[in-house]
Design a protein around this ligand. Sequence first.
Ligand code: HEC
Ligand code: HEC
Ligand code: HEC
Ligand code: HEC
Length: 159
Amino acid sequence: MVKRAACLTAAFLLAMAVHAQSGYSQPAADEYAGVETCAGCHEELVAGWKTTRHAKAFATLQKKHQETLGHCLKCHVTGFEKEGGFMDGELTPHLAGVQCEVCHGAAAAHAANPDSKKGLVARPGEDTCRECHTKGQDPKFDFHNKKLLVHGAAKKGGK
Ligand code: HEC
Ligand code: HEC
Ligand code: HEC
Ligand code: HEC
């Protein structure tokens, strides 16, 4: 038994060393974290976002049994066809829907270290929306009014 414990300890230390070497504790600026990670510090914004249609965008496809179609997913999930982004509902459920990181950029580095703003887009502009709210898809899209709705009822400047 003692031997087994020692062996496990060694395996654990080795795993830690590998982790440290691969820089696991410092995610790259282009890694996605997922909205539940943001909730730890941006509780109100996340609660507000959950009431928006963006939060339900993947469920919308599921209802139509079209949640495996790449040409639909690209506008209804987070980071589709991007490194570390959404793959499918089973492998990456944490990136379903149009989440914070669609507009603010992949933010795992910031979530691990809030002082890091590398890669973070603080004030996404109309171009970001237009990747999905295209002229064809959404002819009446009005950035100045619609941008007020993206965090639901969360107050501007709130957490
Ligand atoms: C460990 C806490 C923490 C986590 C987790 C976290 N943030 Fe933040 N975030 C902060 C703090 C603190 C600020 C600075 C607030 C301020 O300056 O008023 C901030 C600011 C921001 C800003 C505004 C940046 C600016 O320059 O004004 C954005 C956008 C943001 N966070 C997005 C996210 C997203 C998206 C996630 C999840 C992937 C996330 N944050 C996770 C703590 C966190
Ligand atoms: C990755 C694609 C994507 C991006 C980028 C995006 N949206 Fe959306 N948006 C959607 C989808 C998909 C829906 C519909 C979701 C549903 O009903 O299932 C939607 C719905 C909405 C709605 C609710 C319907 C409406 O027209 O009132 C608002 C408001 C909205 N988006 C605002 C914005 C704004 C503002 C931006 C940019 C800051 C933005 N969106 C960026 C995909 C996107
Ligand atoms: C170019 C981006 C884009 C693509 C591609 C896309 N969508 Fe959407 N979808 C949106 C946006 C933006 C909205 C919200 C604005 C609107 O209603 O047009 C939306 C809304 C929807 C809605 C809600 C409509 C309503 O009024 O309730 C459904 C359903 C939907 N999409 C299904 C699909 C399906 C299925 C596909 C693939 C065949 C698809 N979408 C491809 C961007 C896209
Ligand atoms: C559809 C795009 C979109 C989504 C999704 C989105 N945001 Fe934003 N966010 C914006 C825009 C646009 C602004 C700038 C608003 C302005 O200029 O008035 C903003 C501003 C912010 C700010 C700056 C502080 C403030 O409120 O003024 C923070 C922090 C922030 N968002 C965090 C988040 C978090 C966390 C999530 C996910 C729960 C999220 N956002 C989801 C588009 C988005």
